[in-house]
Design a protein around this ligand. Structure first.
Ligand code: ADE
Length: 225
């Protein structure tokens, strides 16, 4: 899979893709992530990207021309399965969307800044608008990093233990059960006996019960759907 990300401040995402699972995905050739500076398409001597809102009001708006020229250049190079705009008024991001996106070949992500981008760009080019939650970030970069990370770990072969991503919280609309590692007794704080029993049927039952309990207590909305 290839992901191109367009941003006014691409440096914000550098370390997000340089370590751990994202690095492994890149090293294995399973995921290519390229960040691009929208400034390269900025207008005039100052490479301008934003301007005042028509109708007045606080905050600058990202202009059509740099975005249109940039997006058209990328589209002329390859077919994108989705052109995503990161925005707090987009569709709320969840694991189902992550699963779907992880099966695509080419994704283009646009990060907004200031008050947002000119509505005409959204109408003309954007195929999916994503919000990572009901709060406002300074720009779309950190949100884009969240989306790319969640997609990357789902690509087959990226995570060593193939079953691992599938047992994540949310994969079956349940939160994950608690996990433990050695030692089995730390300062008298004991690991539940069942996990040491070697009885895999009982362990699976216990994990499912714990996942249900945790979901009921913390996220009952997941059980309602
Ligand atoms: N840009 C600013 N806030 C955002 C959010 N919550 N989700 C996605 N993009 C954003």
């Amino acid at each position: 899979m290839r992901i191109d990300i367009i941003s006014a401040i691409p440096q914000l995402m550098d370390s997000a893709f340089a370590h751990s699972i994202m690095k492994r995905a890149k090293d294995k050739g399973l995921l290519e992530v390229y960040t691009h500076s929208l400034r390269d398409w900025g207008i005039g001597k100052h490479q301008q990207l934003d301007d005042y809102q028509f109708g007045g009001g606080a905050g600058m708006v990202m202009m059509c021309e740099p975005l249109a020229n940039c997006i058209e250049e990328f589209k002329s190079q390859r077919d994108y399965d989705e052109i995503i705009f990161m925005t707090p008024d987009g569709k709320r991001y969840d694991q189902k969307t992550a699963n779907r996106l992880s099966l695509l070949n080419n994704i283009l992500i646009i990060c907004g800044h200031y008050k947002g981008i000119d509505e005409r760009i959204r109408e003309q080019y954007i195929t999916l608008e994503i919000s990572i939650g009901d709060y406002v970030l300074s720009g779309g970069e950190l949100a884009a990093a969240v989306v790319v990370d969640s997609i990357g770990r789902l690509i087959p072969g990226v995570i060593g233990d193939e079953s691992s991503a599938l047992t994540d919280s949310f994969q079956d609309d349940l939160l994950s059960p608690p996990v433990y590692t050695r030692p089995s007794d730390f300062r008298g704080w004991k690991v539940p006996d069942v996990l040491l029993s070697g009885n895999f049927k009982k362990i699976e039952e216990w994990r499912h019960q714990q996942a249900m309990k945790r979901t009921q207590e913390r996220r009952p909305d997941l059980l309602e759907d």
